[in-house]
Design a protein around this ligand. Sequence first.
Ligand code: NAP
Length: 291
Amino acid sequence: MKINQKIKKVAFIGMGLINSSLARDLKIKKFYLSSSAYSRRLSTINKIKKLKLVDFASSNIEKIIKEADIIIVGIPVAAYQEVFKKICNNIKPGAIITDVGSVKKEVINSVKKYIPKNIDFVPGHPIAGTENSGPESGFAGLFKNGWCILTPNKNTSKNSVKIIKYMWQLVGMKVDIMDSNYHDEVLAITSHIPHIIAYSIVGTITNLQTTIKKEVIKYAASGFRDFTRIAASDPIMWRDIILYNRQSILKMLNLFKKDLSKLEHAIENNDDKFLLNLFTKTRKIRKEIIK
Ligand code: NAP
């Protein structure tokens, strides 16, 4: 396969929010000549067909990956092993497998034994998404201007990395290559811990007395509303992300707890300077991110 030649066949394993958005964009960009998608449930297959996301959709995974040049895995990370085990003997020699999973190191370790020698695995993580799930939630343009992180190892062919990099650039992403462990640490603090905080704070509300709970929901302004949006993310996907990135998450959670204790201490001691300093610093960070 060459970077400037049309890809003959792309196979999508899973057609949720991420893979269906990618399928929409790649179809518009005419990245491939034909496409197929595997999904477990008949109801999802029917949605894929209705939305005309690919040329062929089925729950027969062997048929879906047959003759595919690129296989894109977009399912919850705990389901990878089962799927890789099923497909490993039927992948076309020279094909590339890539994925969109939010955790890298442990997930890569869990599947590497299933990947044949003549196949390149180029793990990827597009940092884009919403709290919604399923093929009907995807949309063209989801990835525009975002970052995609690829975590190949030193033995992965440069050409395969180039092709996958080109694919993400085609749908509007900037691409970084990173070590998988470093990726997981960065994502633990930028994405996974914020989700844990949201799940935790919205959980606290559910434990409040009924009267207070009613008022909280009634008067929920942007702060709490933002937390509920994040806490509405797919439960299975997030259970898997957190358990597969346990080590990095626990490390970052420890740092966060220390800082939270300092904040608590400042509130107890009416330490106005501490609060003002912290809030001024964080406001600056927000402005930098938006810029
Ligand atoms: P989603 O919308 O919930 O869709 C999940 C897909 O996975 C469905 O096609 C589902 O098929 C399939 N699936 C679920 N369990 C499976 C299993 N045990 N075996 C085989 N297929 C299974 O998910 P998504 O949001 O697109 O996320 C997919 C991947 O992208 C995850 O690894 C996630 O970490 C990563 N990611 C997500 C986001 C985000 O914001 N959502 C952002 C970046 C990366 P059926 O419908 O047929 O059951």
